[in-house]
Design a protein around this ligand. Structure first.
Ligand code: TMP
Length: 396
């Protein structure tokens, strides 16, 4: 049985930044209802009615994973760790974006799957064999026919985007060698509950994983979680190491530890999610009140990072250009466009002191350390950051 615990109202497709806000463009903007549910059979958290992936992962996909220093380092670290640990001869990445993970491998050592053709073109140009298709059983069969079975399948922030997880895991299972390993990482439900980061819920995050839910889902595919790690990336992620049930791998102690902690935190109880939903409603009231008060005092407020996460906040809290003057983002193809749903202008990063900005809402709160280090001058001149994690406040 599936039960809804949170309704985040009418939301746009987060990756659809608007080139202009004339009436014909606005008429075509696609909205859907973002309701979050939990499946009480396996405790998987999902969007009740996900958007069709063909509308999301188009040749206009804006996000570039290599934009952040933090993520570049994180991908380099995991690539080296996987090479050391599993010594893979042939690997594959599902959802290779602009090649931020691939670049740590030789061109013959790794294959890539990326359905957004504009992104696939980038890694093809760099010499990596990239299949510009959605990951499914048909593609898995084609890949192993052309290249043989795989030692390692890696995926970051992609598996949670795919509605049909049964197909995902079956396709992985048929592509892996007997002792092959799947390693994937996605936002972690435990971190969302802890940080009250409801903005991790948006169209692309069709599912939010916990160890309990993934263990349940893998059972039918004769796959098991052999290791797991809680990560700080993207505001709290979980990395799963998965192998075939009858492979050589033993289940690590950390799997048992995380599983136990999830039971203690009641990730398998509906009441936990209902309580979270009440905290989200309170967070909305507090954030809107704070921004309105600052605006009443004529403060100039921007949002730092045109993130997908902030699209959920702005649309759920009804925050538009009356409360946020503009958004800044370092990604070129987001600049001079408008945020989805609330249509706030996105500008390139600027000198925040010269621009006389008083407050900056951390749309990219998951990179707050990197941002604070970059914006020392703003802070020194009295500029302040606002966040909503784990509760709404002005950072001191
Ligand atoms: P993400 O949280 O979905 O990865 O998106 C982060 C966004 O924030 C991305 O569009 C890049 C942007 N960004 C900046 O504009 N400046 C920065 O210093 C950092 C770290 C990110």
């Amino acid at each position: 049985m599936k039960k809804i615990f949170l309704n985040l109202l009418k939301q746009p497709i987060t990756n659809s930044y608007l080139n202009n806000i004339n009436s014909s463009t606005l008429r075509k903007e696609l909205f859907y209802n973002l309701s979050m549910q939990i499946d009480l059979n396996n405790y998987l958290v999902s969007i009740k009615k996900p958007v069709n992936p063909k509308r999301q992962y188009t040749n206009k996909y804006a996000h570039r994973a290599s934009q952040s220093k933090t993520m570049n380092l994180s991908f380099e670290k995991i690539a080296n760790k996987l090479k050391r640990k599993f010594k893979p001869k042939l690997s594959l990445e599902i959802g290779s974006n602009d090649g931020v993970f691939l670049k740590n491998f030789g061109k013959k050592e790794i294959l890539a799957v990326e359905p957004c053709k504009n992104l696939a073109e980038i890694t093809i140009a760099k010499g990596y064999r990239t299949y510009d298709k959605f990951w499914n059983i048909e593609l898995a069969k084609k890949i192993i026919k052309e290249n043989g079975k795989l030692d390692l399948v890696y995926s970051a922030n992609t598996i949670s985007h795919i509605p049909n997880l049964k197909e995902v895991f079956k396709a992985v299972s048929i592509s892996l060698k007997q002792n092959g390993v799947l390693v994937f990482e996605d936002p972690y439900m435990g971190s969302i509950l802890k940080n009250n980061s409801y903005d991790q819920f948006y169209d692309e995050h069709v599912h939010i994983f916990s160890l309990i839910s993934i263990s349940n889902l893998l059972e039918i595919h004769k796959l098991k979680v052999i290791d797991a790690e809680i990560l700080s990336t993207h505001g709290g992620s979980i990395r799963f190491y998965v192998a075939k049930e009858n492979s050589k791998y033993q289940v690590s102690k950390s799997v048992k530890k995380i599983y136990k902690s999830e039971i203690i935190k009641k990730l398998n109880k509906f009441s936990t999610y209902k309580k979270f939903s009440t905290r989200v409603k309170k967070s909305k009231i507090k954030l809107v009140k704070l921004l309105k008060n600052l605006k009443k005092n004529n403060k100039k407020i921007i949002s730092y990072g045109a993130t997908y996460k902030s699209a959920t906040i702005f649309n759920y809290c009804n925050i538009d250009k009356n409360l946020i003057d503009f958004v800044i983002d370092s990604t070129k193809n987001k600049q001079w466009k408008y945020t989805p749903g609330k249509h706030i202008l996105i500008k390139p990063p600027c000198d925040m002191v010269n621009e006389k900005i008083d407050y900056a809402f951390l749309g990219a709160w998951n990179f707050s350390k990197e941002i604070m280090a970059k914006e020392k001058k703003f802070l020194k001149n009295g500029g302040k950051f606002i966040t909503h994690v784990p509760n709404v406040r002005i950072l001191k």
